[in-house]
Design a binder for this molecule. Structure first.
Ligand code: ZN
Length: 435
């Protein structure tokens, strides 16, 4: 990782060999995330380059040795938080690209080697001066009264892929990264409507997040469950149906599961993570005891979500599958990965694009989650709270006395204004307050 500040001016050359033939800069892509902007240069070979961060006005000068620009440069979107404009100038033996910035920022660059989807790429990341990995605003606790004794369970929803990594592609050209984000957003909205549940999205737009960062964001939000949302693909376009996966440390449950985990784990290579940002943690599949504990919960969540999906369409596999998915390697958060449908199947591609069907998928997942949290809600959450079913002869004050809770908290928590209760009514009992 190379950081450059205005005060410490550095020149970097990072090519492997000198190239006699001019490198061509063919295309530029810009991906704006909430806390960074990524500029990707498609080049015909590794490019010897230097980065300079300059003041008055804030800008980055990238000098690419022996390089020619062969197309127009992309324009950043007006709402881009970092980038104002991209300019270029051709010199004797180098091409200068200038990134005009909106504020003082930090930059780093790295190169990526070709893969199935792209050729050589030079990546420039622009981010905040202090490396505050700030997050966009997420919905806060809905009802202030609830916070007096219980918290919501937090579900981290991770839309797979994004930015440079489009994921799988349907026969009509639909990108997995687009439809899974739409489903993830619908799922988050439904979860936020549930009493006692709250959703956080790891990815909110079309940009790439490393697999490690997805896990880190879930931890930062103290998620109780992590759900990665994907769409499957296979060379045989007839294959279809949903499936749900958990982590396996001992090989995959099927050939397709093994192959799929390989595809999904390649995300960092396609989406772009510099070598020094990769770590061995994600590469290792060893489970320690705490992982084994959350694996049991993961399997239960996966089974219940699979049960929900069974009601709305065909399943690809009737049982929960497992494989070494890097994104599921949270040591302490139960994690599942949902392949909502096969984007490679023309019929399912169409369904994945359909907003009503996306909502049905989200509803099916929520139904599974409610069953899961009915058993696995952590202590201290509203969903784990004690319940009391009103019987004939019960009084509110009697119930408060019995559970040793304050009458006021009992009323607030259950939205009661007076003392009227009905037989059969279910009351949530506040945590014991002694008041
Ligand atoms: Zn995927």
């Amino acid at each position: 990782m190379r950081f450059i500040s205005t005060f410490c001016f550095l020149l970097i050359f990072c090519a492997t060999a000198s190239v006699a033939e001019a490198v061509q800069l063919k295309n530029v892509r810009i991906w704006a995330a909430p806390d960074s902007t990524r500029v990707v240069f498609d080049v015909t070979a590794p490019v010897q380059h230097s980065l300079k961060l300059l003041n008055d006005p804030f800008r980055v000068a990238i000098d690419m040795k022996n390089t020619r620009l062969i197309d127009k440069l992309a324009e950043p979107a007006s709402q881009d938080k970092f980038l104002r404009r991209i300019r270029s100038g051709e010199y004797d033996n180098f091409l200068r690209i200038v990134l005009d910035l909106k504020k003082h920022s930090r930059v780093k660059s790295f190169q990526l080697t070709p893969n199935e989807r792209y050729g050589h790429r030079l990546v420039v990341d622009i981010f905040n001066e202090r490396e505050e990995r700030s997050l966009p605003a997420q919905p806060e606790i809905k009802d202030e009264a609830l916070s007096l004794s219980f918290r919501d369970v937090v579900v981290a929803i991770d839309a797979g892929h994004g930015g440079e990594d489009p994921g799988a592609r349907g026969p009509r050209g639909t990108y997995e990264k687009i439809v899974v984000l739409q489903i993830a957003k619908k799922l988050a909205a439904l979860i936020n409507r549930e009493r006692g549940m709250r959703a956080v999205l790891t990815r909110q737009g079309d940009y790439y997040l490393s697999l490690r960062k997805r896990i880190a964001l879930a931890r930062k939000h103290k998620a109780d469950l992590f759900i990665s949302v994907h769409a499957d693909a296979f060379r045989d376009s007839r294959v279809r149906g949903s499936s749900v996966y958990v982590l396996s440390g001992r090989g995959a449950s099927s050939e397709h599961a093994r192959w799929l985990a390989e595809q999904e784990n390649a995300s960092d290579l396609i989406g772009g993570v510099s070598l020094d940002d990769r770590d061995d943690l994600l590469m290792s599949v060893l489970l320690d005891l705490s992982q084994a504990a959350s694996l049991e919960a993961s399997i239960d969540a996966a089974e219940r979500v699979l049960g929900g999906l069974r009601k709305i369409g065909k399943l690809h596999k009737p049982r929960v599958e497992s494989a070494a998915f890097a994104v599921l390697k949270s040591p302490d958060i139960p994690s599942i990965l949902i392949e909502t449908a096969f984007i490679s199947n023309p019929h399912e591609e169409k369904k994945l694009l359909n907003s009503a069907h996306q909502r049905r998928i989200a509803q099916a997942i929520v139904a599974g989650l409610k069953g899961y949290f009915g058993i696995h809600a952590p202590e201290g959450t509203l969903l784990a709270a004690r319940k009391h079913i009103i019987e004939r002869g019960d009084t509110l004050s009697g119930i408060a006395r019995y559970y040793r809770v304050s009458l006021r908290n009992l009323r607030t928590l259950n939205d009661l204004s007076g003392d009227r209760i009905k037989v059969g009514q279910v009351l949530t009992i506040p945590a014991a307050s002694g008041g």
